[in-house]
Design a protein around this ligand. Structure first.
Ligand code: EPZ
Length: 420
């Protein structure tokens, strides 16, 4: 298993290009199951989760052809359509559940594995199933699989999500595109990645409109046209690099990302002392000499502060001049990084979903272990400011969602090596 060896402390300096968004790519790729005509997707991030989704599509009978490099892919149908999404693929990547909506909407049947457990929380899929049921899907759960079907096309209806869910919103929007009649989805998640999925579907002729802030109207059509679409930049990768620059008194220019999409994060970083200038598709960020604390940082659905940046901000707050508090509201077990950060010297107390972070930590290098994607990148950040050598085990988690992270960091001045 690969490991990272990082020798710190290092300073982040230079320019970085943000890759395509993993969490936009996954639903967009799943939704290609709706198409009869070929689709070209550009700016695809080269990360493991995208490979897994492509393998899942291949196993369902889609033909995957890379054009130029692995960043542009053409996806089209073969005659051998299949409807079985296996446990071996869905268990490694929960977003596999996103093939359920399109399979039932397009082919009226599917056998899709239930995703199973996850280190950051239970992550059930009841909102996905309830919404698809309202659209006319029938299902039964047998031996870990969702056996789903529908009598003809799905039927448009009104659905109000009882809780905001990114994945359930995506599955429902995708499924409703080919349903009969009008679907109104209320209390939707409105993450930029969902807007990107909608823009992709609209580029192929889908009739989708946001009629209120969290209400989406979809009028079903018979089929989608061929399209070419470029995926948005990765919001969480951008946020992670912004934290890296702030943490290390760095000076960084971030290219290929629209700063308006991370206004909450930019305001927070300004509050802790970072100097930030934004352009059309770039961010310039200078880290402060002293990082101010944040008395209360709460994770919440977009446009609020994202759970996917909680671990990275925790590392930043370990270096603040005073005490901070983080409240994790989205996942019930997303403090796995705390124990590892403590091994590097952090002073953090966790009670339920609240973490109290004492500032002024002098991180000291040690051997530590990654537990999930964002926890892993938080450990990388801590290792960058730690004195001495840090060895991070199980970095396969990082490869799931960060493209070329060590090359990008090396170019910015980080002493990082992958040990295979
Ligand atoms: C998406 O996961 C992201 N994944 C996650 O990114 C992200 O952390 C999360 O949204 C929240 O922003 C992708 O986009 C592929 P949810 P998702 O449905 O869709 C509960 C990363 O690091 N819930 O919005 O699974 C759920 O347990 C990852 O890139 C139900 O109870 O998140 C959670 O507590 C990790 N029943 C909350 O809702 C359901 O049917 C929000 O989950 C669905 C969700």
């Amino acid at each position: 298993m690969d490991k990272f060896l990082i020798k710190g402390p290092c300073k982040i300096k230079g320019q970085v290009f943000i890759s395509g968004s993993k969490n936009a790519a996954l639903p967009i790729l799943a939704s290609t199951l709706l198409f009869d005509k070929p689709v070209i997707i550009q700016n695809l991030p080269q990360v493991k989760d995208v490979d897994t989704m492509l393998s899942l599509l291949k196993s369902l009978g889609s033909k995957i052809q890379f054009l130029k490099n692995k960043k542009v892919v053409k996806i089209y149908k073969t005659k051998e359509q299949k409807y079985f999404a296996s446990y071996s693929l869905v268990k490694t990547m929960r977003a596999g559940i996103l093939v359920l909506g399109p399979l039932v909407a397009k082919f009226q049947k599917s056998i899709t594995s239930l995703p199973g457990g996850c280190t950051i929380g239970a992550r059930p899929v009841n909102y996905h199933l309830n919404a698809l049921k309202k659209l006319g899907m029938k299902y039964e759960i047998k031996k870990g699989y969702i056996h789903a079907s529908s009598n003809g096309k799905l039927k448009g209806t009104k659905i109000k999500f009882s809780k905001i869910s990114v994945g359930a919103t995506e599955n429902s929007i995708i499924a409703a595109c080919l349903a009969n009649g009008k679907t109104i989805l209320e209390n939707c998640a409105i993450e930029p990645e969902i807007k990107d999925l909608v823009n992709f579907l609209k580029s192929a002729g889908a009739n989708i409109k946001w009629i209120r802030k969290r209400t989406c109207q979809i009028i079903g059509i018979n089929s989608l046209n061929k399209t070419t679409y470029s995926i948005m930049g990765d919001r969480i990768e951008t946020g992670t690099f912004c934290v890296a620059a702030t943490l290390t008194k760095g000076n960084l220019k971030i290219k290929n990302f629209n700063p308006r999409l991370i206004q909450t994060e930019i305001n927070l970083l300004k509050k802790v002392g970072a100097k930030i200038q934004t352009g059309k598709n770039e961010i310039r960020i200078k880290g402060p000499q002293k990082i101010k604390n944040i008395s209360k940082l709460v994770t919440k659905e977009y446009p609020n502060f994202p759970t996917d940046l909680q671990a990275q901000f925790m590392v930043l707050l370990c270096k603040a001049t005073g005490r901070s508090r983080i409240i994790e509201n989205i996942f019930e077990n997303r403090f796995m990084h705390v124990a590892e950060l403590r091994r590097l010297g952090a002073k953090i107390i966790v009670k339920d979903n609240k973490a109290t972070i004492e500032g002024k930590t002098d991180f000291l290098g040690a051997e530590i272990m990654s537990s999930d994607l964002r926890a892993s990148v938080a450990l990388v950040l801590a290792a960058i400011v730690a004195k001495g050598e840090t060895k991070i085990n199980r970095i396969y988690h990082l490869d799931r969602g960060y493209e070329n992270i060590e090359d990008k960091l090396k170019k910015l001045g980080v002493n990082i090596k992958r040990l295979s």
